[in-house]
Design a protein around this ligand. Structure first.
Ligand SMILES: [Zn+2]
Length: 282
């Protein structure tokens, strides 16, 4: 009897020790972000953003998109503004209205080691044409979209800053449709799509918990200039300004709660400090 008890204690001790060992060295998911360079937007009138020229340090925008790699799959967030088909492969600057770029997107994706067919999920921060340039290339992925955004994109005659031809193939994609909801993309809390409507009907941002750098929030166009955030100013062309205010309050609370670093997608200074693909942020 005594021996049995000792054996039981030994077993329990072994189990508790092995549990302790596991909790001390958790297999941290190797989440990483590749940052792609999709050119610039120059010559914008800052008044469109309810800001005077002198209110803004840097009036021009950078254009960027991101690949989030997770052990269970990948998520491409946004897709640049100028479709890859516009590039001639000679490195020359391609200009489309206020947008210009020297590098197509898919070769940058390839440099990171991925083809569009490797991509598990595709999500747009929103449907404006400076974000949908190469959306069609990702039609084979599962498209994660807010219902209000999809409904507007595929409405009879969508109007505004929109180029339906750049995303038309998404109509046939497998979709994960959200109804003003957030989504824990891979189910472990590391990559969370956050509903933040107002700029467009189904605008969304992305919270990524990186193992080394910590949480970062990819803000889409929740803000364009850091000064919009600092001064609490909304652009003139919000789809629904009241929703934008609520979305900003929600995201600011999330930033406070998580300590996340804010990446404003068009902000030149934020973008300049980040490593670009094939380097990555982890
Ligand atoms: Zn934009």
């Amino acid at each position: 009897m005594k021996i049995l008890t000792l054996a039981t204690i030994a077993t329990m001790l072994a189990i508790s020790l092995s549990c302790a060992a596991e909790s001390e060295s958790p297999a941290a998911p190797a989440v990483r972000i590749y940052v792609f360079e999709n050119g610039f937007i120059r010559g914008l009138d800052t008044k469109l953003f309810n800001l005077a020229r002198e209110d803004v340090k840097e009036p021009d925008f950078v254009n960027s998109s991101y690949l989030i790699v997770h052990p269970s799959g990948t998520l491409q967030f946004d897709s640049g503004g100028i479709p890859d088909s516009q590039f001639k492969g000679d490195g020359a600057l391609v200009t489309e209205g206020v947008q210009s770029a020297q590098k197509p997107l898919l070769p940058q994706l390839a440099a990171a080691g991925y083809k569009p067919t490797d991509i598990t999920y595709f999500a747009l921060s929103h449907y404006h044409s400076d974000h949908t340039g190469n959306a069609n290339a990702f039609a084979g992925a599962t498209w994660i979209t807010q219902k209000a955004e999809r409904d507007f994109m595929f409405s009879e005659k969508p109007e505004g800053i929109i180029q339906p031809a750049t995303y038309s193939a998404l109509k046939g994609s497998i979709m994960r449709i959200l109804n003003n909801e957030d989504l824990d993309v891979f189910g472990d809390g590391t990559v969370r799509l956050i509903s933040a409507p107002g700029h467009t009907p189904g605008h969304q941002v992305l919270l990524v918990r990186l193992p080394k750098r910590g949480p970062v929030l990819l803000a889409g166009d929740l803000y364009h200039y850091p000064e919009e955030r600092a001064r609490g100013i909304l652009p003139t062309f919000e789809f629904n300004a009241e929703q934008s205010k609520a979305a900003r309050a929600k995201v600011e609370a999330l930033i406070k709660e998580t300590g996340a670093e804010l990446w404003i997608e068009h902000d030149m200074a934020t973008h300049a400090k980040l490593p670009k693909s094939p380097a990555y942020v982890e």
